[in-house]
Every structure is written in structure tokens, then in C-alpha cells.
Design a protein around this ligand. Sequence first.
Ligand code: ADP
Length: 200
Amino acid sequence: MNTIERTFVMIKPDAVQRGLIGEIIQRFERAGLKIIAMKMVLATKQQVEDFYPKDKEWFETVGTKTTKAYQEAGLDVKKTFGTTDLEKIGRIIKGWLIDFITSGPVVAMVIEGNHAITKVRNIVGYTDPLSASPGTIRGDLTSDSIALGNIMARAAVNLIHASSNPKDAEHEIKVWFKESELLKYKRCDEDIVLGNFLKK
Ligand code: ADP
């Protein structure tokens, strides 16, 4: 089994505008993860539409997280969305998300490392900054919440996107980067980070 993975990360417009690019990248670099591609882009609506999943399951997952945040905040989902149908709620949120991601430049990158997909998600933290643990990017660096976002009919402004699983990572990397833009190099601390020095 090969535990070295690649994952896609996007620093969202709120983080770029708050000058948090360096702080966010530093958290990945110091965890021993390697940035193998990076660019700043102003995304089109179509690019973001293609980037986020189109399957029923994803819409339902987003709808489930929303319903949970609403229940916890004592709010009525039906009042905001006009429905309790999880898929329909997910579709409305995707529209908000497209408006958010295209509102300003983002930084797209590919990160490689040991269990990179899970490791990066752990550093990023939970979707709703209100429930994201301290120590994570979303827990430490923002105080927005899903409930406030929904009251204002906008996406949760949560600084960053990171792939959820290997299938999504493969798709997301392809939306933003050509194979030739993924670069190979060795970090000087790689053997120490991965414990390889013990075999030498
Ligand atoms: P994650 O970014 O943690 O993988 P999702 O894939 O579920 O989360 O959702 C994608 C993005 O959509 C989130 O990062 C957030 O910006 C926005 N979002 C998700 N759910 C909601 C919601 N209920 N209300 C507002 N925005 C949401």
C-alpha cells in the first residue's frame, strides 16, 4: 500500500483578502507536507460549477450539515430554504458557493505527502467554523458560522477548501492543473519527516 497521496487545496477569497495566504501555507509546510503546484486565479462560475461535485450524494451531505447547524442554532430550515429536502438545500448552497468563490482571487495548490488527504483535512478543520476545533485553520482564524451565513443567504466563509477523498482529489486537481504543472522535487527534511533516516 502506498500511503503517499496528493490532495487539492484552495485558499478562498476571504483568506486572500485578509492576508492569510502565508499563515495557511505555513501550517501545511511545517507539518512536513510538500506543495507541488500553486497558482493564483480568478475563477469563472463555470470552473467552480465543474469543480464542486454534481452528484446527489454530495448535495445531500451538504444539506445534512446545514440541517444539523440549523437545529443546533434553534433555526428553521424551511423558513430559509423553503424546503427540508436535503438535496434541494445542497443545490441552493452550491449556488451561494459559486458566488463566493468567484468573488475574488483564490490560491489553488496541490499538496503531496504521507496520508495527505486526511492530514490536510485535519489541519483545515470542520466545515462550520463554529464547530471547528481550536488548532485548526477554520477553528483558529475565522469566526463565521453556517447559521450566520444562512441567515444572510450566503455560503459559510471558511477560508479554505481541501479534497475529502482520493476520488475528489483526482478530479479537483485535474480541474485546476495540467499534469505538467505538478512538479517533482525533494524536501531537504523529507527523510526525517517520514522517518526514513532510521533505515540509513
Ligand atoms: P468542506 O469545504 O468542509 O469540504 P462541503 O464540501 O460540505 O464542506 O461544502 C463546501 C463549502 O460550501 C463549504 O466549505 C462552505 O463554504 C459551503 N457550505 C457548506 N455547507 C454550507 C451551509 N450549510 N451553509 C453555507 N455554506 C455552506
